[in-house]
Each structure stands twice: as structure tokens, then as C-alpha cells.
Design a binder for this molecule. Structure first.
Ligand SMILES: Cc1cc2nc3c(=O)[nH]c(=O)nc-3n(C[C@H](O)[C@H](O)[C@H](O)COP(=O)(O)OP(=O)(O)OC[C@H]3O[C@@H](n4cnc5c(N)ncnc54)[C@H](O)[C@@H]3O)c2cc1C
Length: 589
């Protein structure tokens, strides 16, 4: 399957949806220049297209082999991972003091889009190592950092995140893995974890597991969870690999997609207990997880964007080649490429527009994250942190939802061939499905948005964002450019719907179930409105700069007239349908 990194679209979104040049001009990103950004993107795009993408198919067909506790990845994957590590990609945004390049997350997320566009099953492994680095950097003791961080940053060792147990999925507080204090200050862990991504593999010599567990005297629920670092191989005093720790993969799941990624059941403490080292404070494991959650969730959102981009490229290429039927202007002896048919064009435009909208949301979220860490003063960092917190569930859920929709449209554009495995369209569809489930299901993201994020600063964070969206709509109106068609009107309606639905949500404090019932359509309304406005913002910039203005304006217009226009219906679903839903139990039988 071919994947060509969409470098121009990525760079344009970084500049005009995420406002990366403004952060550079403000001096927030050290001595980074836009030329550096372009150079990094070009090299990442080359590696994604030439090295990773050709392995996507074999990852799907061969998958991972499990024998006697050993997991073997698909042919070529080990070599590709080694190349990826030696290219320095793992530590792109990691702290320079630990061997990383200290580049902004915004740029790292753009690269993550490309790795995932090339092969999602490959990219999900490093994504978890990056999350592990974040947790260790923010909460680990100096000794733990000195021992493990450099090799995690370089990618020489990989990381895992181990939360899920059979009875503890969305409800992390229900986990039962036990950790006992040992005399030497370490801990002994016993329990079982399920669905652990890259829990065992042959890509690295050591795997550093980050495991949530409960101390014997811990309070119940999420207040009694601690985070432990549990290496696959213990280390000798000189740092070399020592004895095998008491943690092992019991099996690898057979699953719908991402076959190249081993999803393992892990057994801890078959013998004396897996040796673990506390990260952060006892019983403060959830706080440690929250540190890395924004980034990890955003990274999963970029899986949606990456796979949607790959599917769009494939559908366009097929639609230009496959000939069926004819247009009204053709003779009966002629046949047209299916791209000529309006219904196929509708699908292709939807694919491109939804992908572009999700990309813009994700990059804007990444920039808020960067500003929350690098902003000029405390007030700016606090406001950026609130913005990142607000946008993260939208970036994760909207982007992974559209990932499924776009890969499904790709199957449809291919007709019967889309249903046949050899085109690869079916693989993208299957692979995309998991991103809406892991790292907090999209339902949980929507609940997070309405219960925790809307009330931030008494509603001021969301109000400020909606005002910003109104500003974009006004600029489209002011442009008086007929090429925008109904864009300004439709986006203005969408922003009004979002504002009213937000006020409704914030008014449901004593009616929590109604808010929960409307959470998923609310998140979609938020995503579609924000995505539409950010596409319009990019179109305005393109017109100003004379840079591909016709195509960017056409895309923004298509999104506003065909997708943002659904905002009114979503508003009704929320304020009328959600309360009604609560009384509709009889329909479930
Ligand atoms: C391929 C794969 C890789 C994974 N990788 C990892 C990993 O590396 N590490 C790890 O720890 N876990 C991993 N997971 C686990 C994943 O994060 C969980 O599957 C996910 O969090 C959902 O939990 P669950 O499967 O128990 O579903 P459940 O929690 O049982 O949810 C089932 C449904 O109920 C809904 N639901 C549940 N609770 C609520 C609620 N309170 N309100 C409203 N709706 C609710 C959910 O949204 C969902 O639709 C992976 C899973 C898979 C399949």
C-alpha cells in the first residue's frame, strides 16, 4: 500500500490552524525556524512513505507470532524499528537533557500523523513509549530517571502502559493487581493485565512496563492506585541486563485489526512477585497517569487523522483509475472514471474535508499543549493548559470517529474490491476501529468533555474558545469572497448551535443524566464546528498569501455546506433528544 506524506497540507495546518510561526516569533520554541520544521517534516515523510508504509500489509497478513512466551513481529518490522530509532524519531520532543531533541510537541504530533498514516500497528508502539517517557520524566525519582530515561528516549528500550484488567476497563478504579512493599524499598507486584499493547516483542532488548497496582492498605477506587516501573529484565549494578523479572506475556490476542501490534495478556508475579519501583507517590498513580493522558489521547487522535489520510489517498487514486458508467455528456461507447460521478465526488470530498478538519483540531490542541509548557508567563501557561484540556477529548474522539468514517468511505469508493482484502482498503477500515476504543473510549471522552472540561474556570475556557470561533466566521463574512458560498452563514449557525448547546450543558448541574445522554452528540457538534472554522481560517490564509487558495476555499466551503450544516440537528439531538432518551427504556424491550 502506498502512502505519500501530505507535506503541504501538514505544513499549512501547522502554520495556519496551529499558528506555529507565531510561537516561533514569540521565542517560545528556542531557535527553531520554519525551515527546520519543513526539513523535519520532509525527512519524516520520506521515512514513513519509503520504510514504514511498505510493511503495513505484511504486518496485517502475518501479524505477530507467539511461541513459548516469545513474540516475533512481522518480517521487516525489527529492521524498520531500528532505522526509526537511529533516525532519532523516538526522542523528537523528549527533553534534551535525556538525549531527546526538545522539539515542540506540535511538530512531534505532525510526525505521529505520518507514522500512523504509514502503518498504525507500527506507530502505536512508540506512542506508548512516549507516554511512558512523559510519566517517568514528570514523576520519577532522580535514580529511576538516571537508570531508565535515556534508553527510553532513544528508543533502545520500549515502554508499555498497563492499566486494563478483566474487571477494570473504563473503570480503572476497579483494578486489583497488588503491590506489596519490600524491605529494600522496591515493591512486589502480583496480578493480571489484559490488552497490553506491545506487552512483549522482539523490537528491543528490554521492555519497561508502567503498571498501575494497589497497595494492601490503599483506599478504594482511583484514590488507591499507584504507578510502578517494572522492567522486563532487571539491571545489574553496571546497568547491563540482568535476571528476567517475574512478568511475562501469557498470550497474544486475535483481533479485528492492527494485527502487526501484539496485544498481550500479562501475568505478574507467577513466582515471588514482579519487582517494581514506585513512580511518584503511593496512591497517586492516577495523577501520574493524568500527566501523560492529554498527550497520549491527542496522539491517538492523530492515529485517526493519519489513517484517514491514507484512506483518502487510496480512494482518490482508485477513483481516478476505475472506469464505470458515463457522464451525461459522454457517448454510449465511452466510460468515465468513477471520480467523474457526483456521488463519488461527494465521498471523496467528505474524506478530504473530515481529515483536514480533524488534522486542524489536533494540531491546534498540540500547540495549546506546547504553550501550556513553554508560554511566556504563568497566566499564559494556565490559559493554554485549560485550552489543551478542553480540546483534548475532542481531538481524540472526533478524529478517531472520522478515521472510521473515512476508512469506511474508502471501502465504499472501491465498491466490491473494497470488501476484498487484497486492495488493503479493508485493512485500513479494520485498523481504524480500535482508536475509538482505547486510551479511553470515545463515550468516555464525551463524558470528560461535558463533566470536567466545560466547567473549567466557571465556563470561561469554553466561552473564550467559542468567541474565537465567532471571530473566524466574522473574518469569512468580511472577506466578501463569493467562492466561500454559504460558508459564513453555515458556520455562524453552527457556532450559535454550539453556544446554545454549551449553555444547556452547563445548566444541567442538577440533571447529570441528561448531560451524559447528550455528551456524544455534543462532542460531535463541537468537533464539526471547530473543524469547519479552522478549515475556513486556513482558506482565508491561503487567499491572503495566494497559496492554493482555490482548493482550500473549496474544501472549507464543502465542509461548511455539507458537514457543519449538521450542527442544528445535533443541537436538537442534545437539548431535545437526550432528555427524551432517558424515558425511552421501553424501546430496549
Ligand atoms: C487492541 C487493544 C489495545 C489496547 N492497549 C491497551 C494498553 O496498552 N494498555 C491498557 O491498559 N489497556 C489497553 N487496552 C484496553 C482499552 O483501553 C480498553 O479496552 C478500553 O479502555 C475500554 O475498556 P473495556 O474494554 O473494559 O470496555 P468497557 O469499559 O466495558 O466499556 C464498554 C462500553 O461501555 C461504555 N462505558 C463504560 N463505562 C461507562 C460509563 N461510566 N459511562 C458511559 N459509558 C460507559 C464504554 O464507552 C463502551 O462503549 C487495549 C485494548 C485493545 C482492544
Amino acid at each position: 500500500m502506498t502512502y505519500r506524506a501530505p507535506l503541504a497540507d501538514i505544513a499549512f495546518a501547522l502554520k495556519h490552524a496551529a499558528a506555529l510561526p507565531a510561537a516561533i516569533d514569540e521565542g517560545l520554541l528556542a531557535d527553531l525556524t520554519m525551515d527546520d520544521v519543513d526539513a523535519v517534516l520532509a525527512e519524516a515523510g520520506r521515512f514513513a512513505g519509503e520504510v514504514i508504509a511498505p510493511l503495513n500489509r505484511v504486518g496485517d497478513t502475518v501479524g505477530t507470532q507467539f511461541k513459548d512466551g516469545v513474540v516475533t513481529t512481522a518480517p521487516g518490522w525489527k529492521e524498520a524499528y531500528a532505522g526509526w530509532v537511529s533516525g532519532g524519531w523516538n526522542g523528537l520532543a523528549a527533553p534534551a537533557e535525556w538525549g531527546g531533541q526538545g522539539l515542540p510537541q506540535t511538530l512531534n504530533m505532525a510526525c505521529l500523523e505520518m507514522w500512523n498514516g504509514a502503518a498504525m500497528a507500527f506507530a502505536v508502539g512508540p506512542l506508548l513509549t512516549i507516554a511512558a517517557i512523559d510519566a517517568l520524566f514528570a514523576h520519577g525519582s532522580e535514580t529511576l530517571k538516571a537508570t531508565y530515561l535515556k534508553k527510553l528516549v532513544s528508543g533502545e528500550w520500549a515502554g508499555t502502559m498497563q492499566l486494563t484488567e478483566p474487571q477494570a476497563g473504563s473503570d480503572v478504579g476497579a483494578l486489583r493487581t497488588r503491590a506489596e512493599r519490600a524491605a529494600d524499598g522496591s515493591y512486589r507486584l502480583k496480578g493480571q493485565k489484559i490488552f497490553i499493547t506491545y506487552g512483549e516483542h522482539d523490537l528491543t532488548d528490554n521492555i519497561i512496563h508502567f503498571v498501575l497496582a494497589r497497595l494492601p492498605d490503599a483506599p478504594p477506587g482511583t484514590r488507591g492506585i499507584s504507578l510502578f516501573l517494572v522492567p522486563k529484565f532487571l539491571l545489574n549494578a553496571d546497568g547491563s541486563l540482568g535476571a528476567r523479572n517475574d512478568i511475562r506475556a501469557h498470550s497474544v490476542e486475535h483481533k479485528l485489526g492492527i494485527h502487526g501490534s501484539p496485544t498481550c495478556t500479562m501475568i505478574l508475579g507467577d513466582q515471588a512477585g514482579a519487582i517494581g519501583y514506585l513512580v511518584g507517590e503511593e496512591n497517586a498513580g492516577m495523577a501520574c497517569m493524568f500527566t501523560m493522558m492529554n498527550r497520549a489521547r491527542l496522539a491517538v487522535g492523530l492515529q485517526g487523522v493519519g489513517i484517514a489520510e491514507g484512506a483518502t489517498q487510496q480512494a482518490l487514486a482508485y477513483a481516478r483509475e476505475r472506469r464505470q458508467g458515463r457522464t451525461a455528456a459522454m457517448k454510449s461507447s465511452e466510460s468515465a472514471p468513477i471520480v467523474a460521478h457526483p456521488d463519488v465526488r461527494r465521498m471523496l470530498l467528505s474524506m478530504r474535508a473530515l481529515t483536514g478538519a480533524a488534522r486542524a483540531i489536533c494540531y491546534a490542541t498540540a500547540m495549546a499543549l506546547d504553550r501550556s509548557e513553554r508560554g511566556g508567563d504563568a497566566a499564559a501557561r494556565k490559559a493554554a493548559n485549560a485550552r489543551a484540556s478542553l480540546l483534548t477529548p475532542i481531538a481524540k474522539a472526533f478524529s478517531t470517529d472520522i478515521g472510521i468514517e473515512v476508512t469506511s468511505l474508502n471501502v465504499q469508493v472501491h465498491g466490491g474490491m473494497g470488501f476484498i482484502e487484497e486492495t488493503g482498503a479493508a485493512q485500513l477500515y479494520r485498523d481504524s476501529r480500535i482508536a475509538a476504543i482505547y486510551e479511553g473510549t470515545n463515550g468516555i471522552q464525551a463524558i470528560d468533555l461535558v463533566t470536567r472540561k466545560l466547567p473549567l474556570d466557571g465556563g470561561a475556557t469554553v466561552a473564550a474558545h467559542i468567541e474565537e470561533l465567532r471571530g473566524i466566521v466574522k473574518a469569512v463574512e468580511a472577506s466578501n469572497d463569493p467562492a466561500f458560498g454559504w460558508t459564513a452563514v453555515r458556520l455562524a449557525d453552527a457556532v450559535d448551535s454550539l453556544a446554545r448547546a454549551t449553555a444547556w450543558m452547563l445548566g444541567r448541574r442538577n440533571d447529570a443524566d441528561a448531560a451524559l445522554a447528550g455528551a456524544t452528540p455534543y462532542l460531535r457538534l463541537y468537533g464539526a464546528t471547530t473543524g469547519g472554522c479552522l478549515l475556513a481560517q486556513q482558506a482565508l490564509a491561503a487567499a491572503r498569501l495566494g497559496d492554493d487558495a482555490a482548493s482550500r476555499t473549496a474544501l472549507a466551503r464543502f465542509f461548511a455546506e455539507n458537514h457543519a450544516v449538521q450542527a442544528g440537528g445535533l443541537e436538537r439531538t442534545i437539548v431535545e433528544g437526550a432528555p427524551g432518551l432517558l424515558g425511552a427504556d421501553a424501546a430496549l424491550g
